[in-house]
Design a protein around this ligand. Sequence first.
Ligand code: ADP
Ligand code: ZN
Ligand code: ZN
Length: 751
Amino acid sequence: MLQKYVDIIIDISHEAIDRPFQYSVPEGLIPYVKIGTQVTVPFGLGNRIRSGYVIGISDTPSFDPSKIKEIDGIKTGGIPIESSMIELASFIKEQYGSTMINALKTVMPIKEEVRHLAYKQVNLLISGSEAKEYLEYYQKRNARAKIRLLTELMEEKQIPLSLVTGKLNISSSTLKSMQTECVISIEEESYYRDVIKGEAEIDSDRESPNQEQQSAINRVVTDYENHQAGTYLLKGITGSGKTLVYIEMVEKIVEMGKQAIVLIPEIALTYQTVKRFRKRFGNQVTIMNSKLSKGERYDQFQKAKKGEVSVMIGPRSALFTPFPDLGIIIIDEEHETTYKSEYPPKYHAREVAIERARMTGAAVVLGSATPSVESYYRALKGEYQLLTLEKRAIEEASLANVSVVDLREELKLGNRSIFSKRLQDLIADRLEKKEQIMLFINRRGYSGFISCRSCGHVFRCPHCDVSLTEHFSGTPKAKLVCHYCGYEEKKTASCPKCQSKMIAGFGIGTQKVEEMVKKMYPEARTLRMDTDTTRNKDDYENILNQFANGQADILVGTQMIVKGHDFTQVTLVGIIAADLTLFENDYRSAERTFDLLTQAAGRAGRGNLRGEVVIQTYAPDHYCIEAAAKQDYIAFYEQEKAYRSLLSYPPFTHVLAIFMEDINQEKVRVLSEILKEMIREWGKDNRVQVIGPCDATIAKVNDRYRRVIYLKHNEYEKLVDIKNQTEEFLEKNAAYKEINLSFDFDPMHVY
Ligand code: ADP
Ligand code: ZN
Ligand code: ZN
């Protein structure tokens, strides 16, 4: 008798069972069990039925066959996972550290079937003379309802059931009777849930690429045709027309029968990207993101799998769209930190995209005006191919004129407002000319932290090691909010410690900026965009639409407003506090600040009106602010490279952060000490540098204590070895299983 054995990853996320278990397949099920099938199996001593994924099949048992259990069945409604995705999951597990089941779940954005939506349609089964005969027959018997329906159907052939029972008022017994007479049939037609509003209208009025754009397009397309697709870094200044380059490349590759994934850094950018792609590709484009319902996501996944769409646009997780024949992956704004997952496996979409592309021969195009230091470094080394756009695409558009205002000087001159003199003058000027203004501040809420001016008491979150932020100040809704765990409390009128009423906020956030604008420019129409004003699915789109249609003069917002938007009427961008992100205790803070400032500055003067940018700062001499003012990426890169190389940070070395957290402070402390000793030992021969353990910068979040160990080595693989040894160690030591531990390779922030 033919025997089949399968290796199964059980759907329980636990280090201790993070390996495949072998089962045999009952003969009747053999034809249905493939790599990637979701099955149910008896597991553990009690033989509880669990679900799992088949990741391997063989004819021979790997241990005593009499001890091998049989699988229970095929999981109903479970979507099989493609074998290439299993391969990608193994890559993710190995490179970033996680259980295999978590890696599998990462590459499978949709795991279960969702019921199809279907219309019911009433069809006419007879035609011409036969239909006329029936009509006469009904007339003779005075069957009025049947006459009504048949007459309609003789015109229309097919009518939705809802209309038949509704407007035509036909009863179900009449329908049954006509079905028995074989005059009509009722059929179900399934349809997909719509995720993009409005009809797609292909715009025949195309922009044609300029020379710079064309040569970038040609490079990628030609390499692809010659089966030599690689990874490209498209470095193009703001407004140089990177989107057109993406669209043209995608079009050429889609014409070859392939599919494309376009990654954007956050959901807020979906709307504008989709709008531009739909003008070229119509209904070939769809989107996938976490704001969609389960059913909506399932339908998009199905469309992609069946090849019914060819372009998928979405944030990080859209990378796992199951296209049958993927030809190109675009990562727009590739420097954005959102491309790195914050949850284990903490993978970077850029690296995983390159691996997925390698498996299928697809091209990867990384686009940015301010490439990450890593990517630019790799491009200069020749690991990525560098494509550059040096000019703004719209001929009349030129880079904005940037001025830096030293806030210390403003204060000396007696200006206590949050707007410098220069910014005030320019705002007034733009309002008068009816041009648009964007004001950017990278903090939501009303103020930074809030404290008592008499005794110095700072209002802190009881669950986290951070201060609370004030929201809705001066209104009855006034409250203090923790941005880490969501804790809220009502703002009290007096200090809980000394009863003084001198409670005040320090620093400013979007709400305060909005309030000040309204106070100083009551005639201006203002919109605010931040996490608090975009809680619902359509909020982004509504705000952006209103601003684009000129229904507002001023848009105040966090980093959400600076990325990628193309508003041609904006001629003034004010950066209210440029150094807000600069002095975070983080080796990437200069890069992040430079990116934000350059992107923000890039929003001004994108049409044929010249733009002005005002950068307000307390650190006008910092190299990242100087370089951003000149919009000079290379100057920034050179400085930053020197700094990173001096202190051995990526890209000159690799860093692995091992992060631990637990309710029990002592338990995490002990584990971190033990691990440090072990890691020193494991890494001794390869001279792995071990830093810590120490408390995380925010030592407690949500009542969980946080510790971290950093490792450094210039070979990534050496760090992977340590990760593997750590995983093995934890697997063997039940005492530490409960502690939440995760690995973060080349982290985007310090812990
Ligand atoms: P980036 O993403 O590089 O900042 P965009 O793709 O938003 O720039 O393009 C900036 C503007 O230039 C857009 O309004 C776009 O329609 C326009 N544009 C791009 N390429 C061309 C072109 N070849 N001819 C005319 N206009 C173009
Ligand atoms: Zn006090
Ligand atoms: Zn908190």
